[in-house]
Structure formats: C-alpha cells, structure tokens
Design a protein around this ligand. Structure first.
Ligand SMILES: [Zn+2]
Length: 120
C-alpha cells in the first residue's frame, strides 16, 4: 500500500521535474493510517527523507442490510486479509456490511519544489 503511494509520488515528481516536499494523504482506518506512515518512511528511505507526510485518517462508516448507516463501535482486526469481512454491524451484529468510507488511500495534495535544471 505504501509502495503504491510512493510510486504515485515518484511519477508526480518525474512528470513535474520536481521534488516532493510535502504530501497530504487521506487514509481510511481500515488501511491503518499510523502504519502507512511508518511504511512510507521506511520504504521511502533516502529518496523521500526530506518529504513530509501528513496523514488524515478517515473513519470507517458502514451501511447494513438492516438499515443501519454510520460508524462502527470498534476498528476491526486489520491484519485479516479481508478486514471488511470482520466488520459487524453495531445494530444487528451481522457481518458482510458495506463500507461507505474508511478504505481511502488517496493523495489529497502535494507540495513540490522545482528542481534546478542546471548541472552541479
Ligand atoms: Zn445491521
């Protein structure tokens, strides 16, 4: 997941011939925003050392067949391969709810610094 973001940033950086200074991300809670940040730092390594990652977590909201729409009582076990299936409706207790939000993995905004074209 973090790699997907880093690849997108590399592309933005290459397309604009600029360095990524700061990134605003919207990460759904199902993607563990805190871990995403750690991975971005880890996998980004030297290349993204000077990049600031701002992460806005997006809360999970569901719709259930019973008519309930809204937040869930606790964040599901996100280590499962399909954490969505772990989410139970707080009203009727059934699983297999629909996620309205909480799955986001979006680059909301990027601040770039143009690279000087002249050779050093
Ligand atoms: Zn329900």
């Amino acid at each position: 997941m973090a790699n997907r973001i880093l690849n997108a940033l590399r592309k933005i950086s290459a397309d604009n011939r600029a360095r990524v200074l700061e990134v605003n991300l919207r990460i759904g809670e199902i993607n563990e925003p805190r871990n995403v940040k750690l991975w971005l730092k880890k996998l980004g390594g030297e290349e993204f050392r000077s990049t600031k990652f701002n992460i806005a977590p997006v809360q999970i909201e569901i719709s259930c067949a019973c008519g309930y729409t809204g937040k869930i009582s606790s964040v599901p076990n996100t280590h499962s391969s399909e954490p969505e299936l772990e989410i139970a409706c707080p009203k009727c207790g059934k699983r297999g709810v629909r996620l309205n939000s909480g799955r986001e993995l979006e680059i909301a905004d990027v601040k770039l610094q143009e690279l000087k074209c002249r050779a050093q």
